[in-house]
Design a binder for this molecule. Structure first.
Ligand code: AMP
Length: 360
């Protein structure tokens, strides 16, 4: 089977790395000539609004999937519904923070308090009406902490408006969460859903730096219930990641990703079947793989410059995943998975790696 992926970044690359052993072939559609997935299949260089070129790409593959939810309705309309998986509705819902929140609320999934911001005065009013500070976010295109600003004071409102005022915005109450957690799940054509164990996620300047697998987390069942509701309502096929704030044992959904997710990268070395392989199994209508963790494990992102390979490989239980991307500050260029005999040993390895990156 030939899988067509919209995008040629690291998620496309890891999907292809998981799919090649299954005998799957890959083609990547992207205007970027240098995507790090290109070495693993055919790269078709085309714009997302070049409908003719996209049409030829769609016709040349058995199924289309994607690595990024920022795909416009115009582009999605050019792909027949039965040829794309997960479904287009999941992309359109997740790419706008407002529709995403409304959808989650409709399903009875709690989200942080939020409001739509149309002008600077509304942001000032929201600051006055809320006892907590705010986070203002662009509705579209925000990722890794970009397109958002924290608002504590009237001066912050002015700065944020200058920076973000040209965009459609929402403002959220800043949640004093105990932890950030996420769950990754996979759903088959037949409606079977399997869940990976919850991970606890750590961020630095809005960018994920580490995910630690929590086997037997007390919030696993609740996270699964919410994720199942979402996947069933979307008639979803493939892997999806749902991020939450754990606020005193209550789960508030932050956002969902209708694709393989950074907090699931540990599963490449730490699970019986990785999120990447399971995504491919689901969209190709193959039996789903076992989502159990093989051992206590975690994942640390490499952000910017690469560490020296020997420094990582000398850590027993560490696996290095280099994305072959040009390092830039704030850019995810690889990750390291760590597995050990107990949770404490995993924590120690994560702290050690974080210290190496100056994030400890
Ligand atoms: P996001 O792009 O929405 O995932 O936000 C990036 C990071 O900002 C999150 O992982 C949190 O650490 C933080 N953040 C976002 N929204 C909120 C919120 N409403 N309350 C507290 N922290 C938040």
């Amino acid at each position: 089977m030939r899988i067509g992926i919209l995008g040629n970044g690291q998620l496309a690359r890891m999907l292809a790395l998981a799919g090649r052993p299954l005998g799957l072939d890959f083609a990547f559609y992207s205007p970027n000539p240098d995507g790090c997935a290109n070495v693993l299949g055919e790269h078709v260089c085309g714009g997302f609004h070049d409908i003719e070129c996209l049409g030829r790409f769609v016709d040349s593959v058995d199924i289309v999937t994607f690595e990024n939810e920022n795909i416009s309705q115009f582009t999605l309309d050019a792909i027949p519904a039965e040829r794309i998986s997960p479904p287009a509705v999941s992309i359109l819902t997740a790419q706008d923070r407002l529709t995403e929140k409304q959808y989650l609320e409709k399903l009875g999934i709690a989200v942080p308090e939020y409001c739509v911001i149309g002008c600077e005065q509304e942001l000032l009013d929201a600051l006055h009406d809320n006892r907590e500070p705010l986070i203002v976010k662009t509705r579209y295109q925000g990722y890794d902490g970009r397109g958002q600003a924290r608002i504590h004071t009237v001066e912050d409102v002015q700065t944020a408006w200058l920076e973000l005022g040209n965009n459609d915005l929402i403002a959220e109450a800043m949640v004093k969460f105990n932890r950030e957690v996420s769950v990754i799940a996979v759903r088959s054509h037949g409606g079977e859903v399997r869940f990976y164990p919850v991970t606890e996620n750590h961020h630095h300047h809005g960018i994920l730096i580490a995910s630690v697998v929590r086997r037997n987390d007390p919030l696993q069942a609740k996270a699964e219930d919410y994720t199942r509701r979402l996947m069933e309502d979307l008639d979803y096929v493939g892997v999806l990641g749902l991020e939450f704030f754990d606020y005193n044992g209550e789960l508030l959904a932050n956002e969902f990703a209708p694709r393989v997710h950074n907090s699931g990268h540990w599963s490449i070395d730490g699970a019986v079947c990785s999120q990447f392989e399971n995504h491919l199994r689901a969209i190709c209508d193959l039996p789903l793989g076992d989502t159990s963790a093989l051992a206590p494990c975690a994942m640390c992102n490499i952000i910017g410059e690469y560490p020296a390979l020997p420094d990582i490989l000398k850590l027993s239980g560490a696996h290095y995943h280099h994305y072959q991307k040009q390092p830039r500050p704030g850019r995810k260029t690889g990750h390291i998975t760590v597995c050990a005999h107990d949770d404490e040993a995993v924590s120690k390895m994560v702290s050690r790696i974080m210290k190496m990156f100056g994030q400890g």
